[in-house]
Write a new protein. Structure first.
Length: 95
């Protein structure tokens, strides 16, 4: 996915165009395989994520609480609130 496609992917969020542009400039892509853990429960929140493709599962205390698809923004709560992560996010498919 190129930078223009990323901008289009997050355009549906409540971010301004300037914020989207800054996000694209600062971010980097990470390829995932099914089963890869993106966020560990209890880890420090230093980053947030934009899912460009694939599907992720969110679990808290062993229970599935959400499924994430392309365009989802996640991990921001721990980052912005300076808290540890309160769930685990795992790739269900390659992305």
């Amino acid at each position: 996915m190129n930078k223009q496609e990323l901008e289009q992917s997050v355009a549906q969020s409540k971010l301004s165009q300037a914020e989207i542009h800054q996000l694209v400039q600062l971010g980097h892509q990470r390829a995932l395989k099914a089963g890869d853990v993106v966020i560990e429960d209890g880890s420090e929140g230093r980053t947030f994520y934009v899912l460009l493709s694939g599907e992720l599962e969110v679990r808290q205390k062993g229970q599935q609480i959400a499924m994430l698809k392309a365009g989802a923004i996640f991990g921001e709560m721990a980052l912005f609130n300076n808290h540890v992560r309160v769930g685990q996010v795992t790739a269900l498919t390659a992305s």
